[in-house]
Design a protein around this ligand. Structure first.
Ligand SMILES: Cc1cc2nc3c(=O)[nH]c(=O)nc-3n(C[C@H](O)[C@H](O)[C@H](O)COP(=O)(O)O)c2cc1C
Length: 256
């Protein structure tokens, strides 16, 4: 295959340049939102689109193990917030010294401020005990529900909605707050709503908690731990990581 043939194979199924840019814009400008929620209601048409995006996630053996508990009741949100508050206090005690004080100052949820909560779950028994693809690595069903979370998160970003994943719960307390049966695993509790603004970088990065890792240090060749600085791919990765941040910055400047 010559270079021209190779190019036409690449192009034949690719999205248009504009559509590709939109996908990367959603990926690079998506943020975990905690503190910027507006009370503006989310129209059902928009909620329906992001839930449908979630439902079109890949799943092991096409199990579709998810359910979506849409939370709109203030009383239910309060129960969830109460469960968060208990776990959050426990969590603070797990960090030492300065880290503990910094942890306490982090805003890690928007449960009461966001107009919607969505709990995405995993029914590990949905299609019986033997599932194509889950025969040996048993956690694949949970990962499938995580794929649904990510689909929803990206679709929401494209719709101008912020999403914040809250995971600081004792699992039984979260289940009780939402009436989720024991056999169902809650995978994510998401706060969803329109926002006053998005940040260009993760809040934990800006707060100095952790930096974004250079991608070229995370990619190995042929064997675990094997770096190869001579590979042309390394140069691409460095440039693309820098460009990803530029894309996030531009998305903020151009947001309507
Ligand atoms: C599995 C998972 C659980 C998370 N739990 C929380 C949480 O409890 N509270 C919170 O503020 N952020 C939570 N986050 C958001 C991360 O802190 C956030 O994704 C990370 O700092 C990167 O920032 P970004 O999403 O804005 O790029 C969670 C993210 C994931 C993927």
């Amino acid at each position: 295959m010559n270079a021209a043939q190779a190019q036409s194979v690449q192009d034949i199924h690719a999205f248009t340049e504009q559509a590709r840019e939109a996908i990367y814009q959603a990926i690079f400008s998506r943020r975990d939102v905690r503190g910027q929620f507006l009370p503006t209601p989310v129209p059902d048409a928009v909620l329906s689109r992001i839930l449908t995006a979630a439902h079109y996630a890949p799943s092991v053996g096409f199990m579709q193990p998810w359910n979506f508990v849409v939370v709109q009741s203030g009383a239910v949100k309060q129960r969830i917030h109460d469960a968060f508050a208990v776990a959050h206090a426990e969590a603070a005690d797990m960090f030492e010294g300065d880290r503990r004080n910094t942890y306490r100052q982090l805003k890690l949820e928007g449960i009461l401020e966001s107009p919607l909560g969505i709990c995405i779950t995993c029914d590990r028994e949905r299609t019986g005990p033997v599932v194509v693809g889950r025969t040996h690595m048993k956690t694949m069903d949970l990962y499938s529900s995580v794929c649904a979370v990510q689909n929803l998160w990206l679709a929401a970003r494209a719709e101008g909605l912020g999403v914040g994943w809250v995971s600081i719960f004792n699992q039984p307390a979260l289940q009780q707050a939402l009436g989720i049966p024991k056999r169902i695993t809650p995978v994510a509790y998401l706060c969803v709503g329109y926002v006053s603004h998005f940040y260009a970088k993760p809040e934990l990065e800006t707060a100095g908690w952790l930096p974004r890792l250079p991608i070229e240090e995370l990619v190995y060749f042929d064997q675990w731990g094997q770096h190869d600085d001579q590979q042309a791919l390394i140069g691409h990765l460095r440039r693309d990581q820098a460009e990803a941040q530029e894309t996030a910055n531009r998305a903020l400047m151009h947001s309507r």
